[in-house]
Structures are given as C-alpha cells and as structure tokens.
Design a protein around this ligand. Structure first.
Ligand code: UP6
Length: 252
C-alpha cells in the first residue's frame, strides 16, 4: 500500500491548520514536532528558542508549567512561534462531555483557545464533544503508545469514524496506520531508547514512516533531555525527513 506525499495531502487539505502544517513541513523540510515536557516558563521558552527553527510545531502540556502566567509564558511563546514559524499544539487530551471541554478549552488560567493552533482530544465523549474546538484543529487520540493501552482495534475503528466525520478534526495520534484523509501524528519516537520504565514504548523515525505512514513525529525526551537540544532537534529533523522521503520511494 502506498502513501501520499505532503504535496498530495496539501492539495486535498480542507482545514486551514492542516494546510499550515503541510506548508510548514515543505518549507522547512521537517516533519518534527518537539514535545516540550518541561515544568518552568524559562525552560519552555529556552527550548522553543533552540528548537524553533527546526520544528513545524511545539507540543505543550501547559498544565505542567509550575510558574504559568499568561503574560510571561504565553505571550513570549507566541512571539517565538511567529519568529521561528512553528505552530503551537496543546496536548490537553480532552476527555469529557462537550460542555465541560468547552469550559476547559476557553476558561481557567490557560485560556487554550486564545493561543493554541491545534489541540489533542480523546473522542471517547462522542462526535458532539468535539464541536467546541471551532477555531483550532483537533488531533484525535486514536491509539496510545503506552504498554497495555485500552485503544484496541475495535476502539480505534470507532474513534476513526468520529475523527473522519468531524470537520474540526485534522488528524489522529496513533501507533497504527490511519486513513489518508487524516494526518498521522506519532509520538513514542526515540533513536536511543526502547522504553522509559513507565510504560512508554519507542520506535525509530524509520519504522514509523515506513510501517505506519506517519506524517509527523513527536519527540519529547529524545530532544529536551539531551545535553544539546538544538543538535538533537536537527538530528531528529534530518532522520525524520529522510525516513519520509524513503517511505515515498517504497511506492515506486
Ligand atoms: N504522548 C505519547 N503517547 C501517546 C500520546 N501522547 O507519548 O499515545 C505524548 C506524551 C509526551 C510525548 O504525553 O508528551 O507524547 C512523548 O514524550 P517522550 O518522547 O518523552 O516519550
């Protein structure tokens, strides 16, 4: 089975965030999303500055930032995203009824709706639970990378039905192939480790582009825990891009 190129996906993309991601990937020759799982504003901004030129998006877990302050955390982060041309992906993994998700998305201290370009959401709450994410792209959690995850084949099949039919959804997180109409975001990527002793399971960029037809790789500790995060980001960017190009050539 063949995979589509970014150009082909761009030609069919409906959502503005899908287009922006694919255009950024082609412009930067990168399919790398760095996961900024750091716990202070200073570390977050320092990482964004270093890896920004090499990534298409920075993925946050904004609720782990101990000293979160909208003005001091988000405003400079947005400025760095503009400067280095990357998108902001908030990995909130919403998992509630629509009304609660809407409150979690728009209110509280994080006000995710004001700054995220796209967010992750479980689809366990059903189709209408995703209606509130009007001004962003949604990446549906279809399958998880951790050992023993309950995202079985039948769950994934139902999750994909919701993802494919909802206009706010741009793609899915999965460790399996998903339909071409969706962008595939794959976490659990690390060149050095096979796991973390806490259930995480890792694959290489080569594996995920060839076997899963991933579009974008998400790398956390492989980059931010490295002694030199910028060099690590460049390594993952180049590995990811070469793996993508090779996965296209397998078609011919
Ligand atoms: N993530 C996964 N697996 C999933 C979904 N999301 O690892 O199925 C997220 C984690 C973390 C990042 O919440 O932020 O991707 C992976 O980080 P790591 O590379 O340091 O393991």
């Amino acid at each position: 089975k063949t995979r589509s190129s970014y150009e082909q996906k761009l030609a069919h993309a409906q959502h503005s965030v899908s287009k922006k991601l694919l255009e950024t990937a082609l412009a930067k020759k990168s399919n790398l999303i760095a996961s900024a799982d750091v716990t202070t504003t200073q570390e977050l901004l320092a990482l964004a500055e270093k890896v920004g030129p090499h990534v298409i998006a920075l993925k946050t877990h904004i609720d782990i930032i101990s000293d979160f302050d909208y003005e001091k955390t988000i405003l400079p982060l947005k400025a760095l995203a503009e400067k280095h041309q990357f998108l902001l992906m908030e990995d909130r993994k919403f998992a509630d009824i629509g009304n609660t998700q809407e409150l979690q998305f728009t209110s509280g201290v994080f006000k995710i709706t004001d700054w995220a370009d796209f967010v992750t959401s479980q689809v366990i709450g059903g189709f209408e639970s995703l209606d509130c994410f009007k001004n962003v792209g949604v990446v549906a959690i279809v399958g998880m990378s951790s050992k023993g995850a309950l995202t079985t084949a039948s769950y994934r099949e139902e999750a994909l039905k919701v993802a494919l039919s909802h206009p706010n959804v741009i793609g899915g997180v999965s460790q399996n192939q998903i339909p071409e109409e969706l962008l595939l975001f794959t976490p659990g990527v690390n060149l050095a480790d096979s796991g973390d002793g806490k259930g995480q399971q890792y694959n290489t960029p080569d594996h995920v582009f060839k076997m899963l037809h991933s579009d974008f790789i998400i790398v956390g500790r492989g980059i931010y825990k490295s002694d030199d995060p910028e060099t690590a980001a460049i390594t993952y960017k180049n590995e990811g891009w070469n793996a993508y190009v090779n996965s296209l050539q397998k078609n011919t």
